[in-house]
Design a protein. Sequence first.
Length: 517
Amino acid sequence: MARTKDKTVYKSMGFNSFGLGSNGAAVDVKDGRIARIRPMHLDEKYSVDEIKPWTIESHGKKLESGLETTIAPFAMAYKKRVYSKNRVPFPMKRVDWDPSGERHPETRGISGYERISWDEACQIIADEIKRFIDVYGMSSIYLQADGHGEAKTIGGTHGANSRLLDFMGGGYTLQARQPDSWEGWYWGAKHMWGMDPVGQQAFQNGLVKDIADNSQAALFVGCDPETTPWGWGGMMASKISYFWTECGVKQIYICPDVNYGAAIHADKWIPVLPNTDAALWLGVAYTWLKEGTYDKEYLATHAEGFDWFERYVLGGEDGVVKTPKWAESKCGVPSRQIKALARYWAKNNVSTVHGNGGGYIRSAFATEPARLEIALLAMQGLGAPGRNMFKMLEWGMFGMPQLNPLPQPAWGGTVQAAYTGHMAGSALVNFIPQTLLPKAIMMPEGEKLSWSGHVVCTYPRTDQYQNYEYPNDGASRIHMIWSDTPLLVDVLERRQPFAGRPADRRDRVRARTASVA
């Protein structure tokens, strides 16, 4: 029989983390090329007694960790990405760009490219960095050492540039990437119930079993467990959804479209107009208030300011009573369905389920549905058996074991100490929020930008009241953008419109640095 592989290499195929990703895969190599990518079978190297797989049991059904990893489809298809004709495997520069002479910025996105050696590329980058430091100072270099990259460890996806400049003394200007995975939670929900670092329920231990044992329904809000969690944790979210169905937990999906999770798992789909969930929640709250179907004793002992919330819902603040009929005109959900949802929720143990993302938490005023959901959870006795908020991804994030809803492993699980990248910590001095970068580039000389909070996702909510500005006194404006996200740099380089269709998509992505001066 012909051989199918020469060796197997074990790799993390995660797409969405900082050296700590899941999706462990076995990559079979033949003749120096990837032959196939498959789930990692743990029992190929260890016995079952050594692995000690976990099992969660409820209502006579079982959810098992299994003996192989639950990698996502795009992880198994990664070979196509490696050998894609659109990949740029070597350095190139524009044919009419001379770093020591004419640079022709007017031809960005128009002129072609030529291949150069790695030595020449490194020398160009080193010379440019030195030139900007000598002329403008280290703070003139703006680093996009961003988050959400492939889960590489030894070759960290992000932060090699900031790590290098740290060794050179630091003082550069860093892009502060706002918490766009959790915008509404971070800026809104935190002020309702704390729950640092991101504003979602920070205590997830045991919730898979709690919902299986005690919840009559799980309310999936803008959540697709069949696709969204792939980059973090593979297909385990899918297995959990099937397990809950087997245990008799009804799954109610509230989302504008029938996403993949809803198509497979939903017992009830409630279509809602995009970014109108706040109105839906207010209609639910009104129903509970008028019918008295909320936990008054819990609110008396666990909440502050509920009378102000009640006043708002009943129109005492703005004269608008937030009835289900009013909500219908905003969110598109018929008032009868809003009442039915409210009454079902009040009579049963219901947990909400999230996979981040979507208009629910990333749109304008996403703070409002986030805050309102916390209010609804409190009205129904948050924390009682079967009444919680569950997350379908980011388990164990930031090294916090309380964020993992699955049984804790006895060993291993992280190789963070070997991570060669760099993540922004609490020592930010010169920084600009990502969304303010265009203003920082275009604002007139002598002016300053100001904002509140570091905007970096892990900061406590008290940081949101601290004021910052750019440029700091004694610091330079930015004159160079150094990105470890080449596609974003490509956008910066193509500020001139195309003078025609590029001959090849490979012409669109080339450099890792872009000068704005």
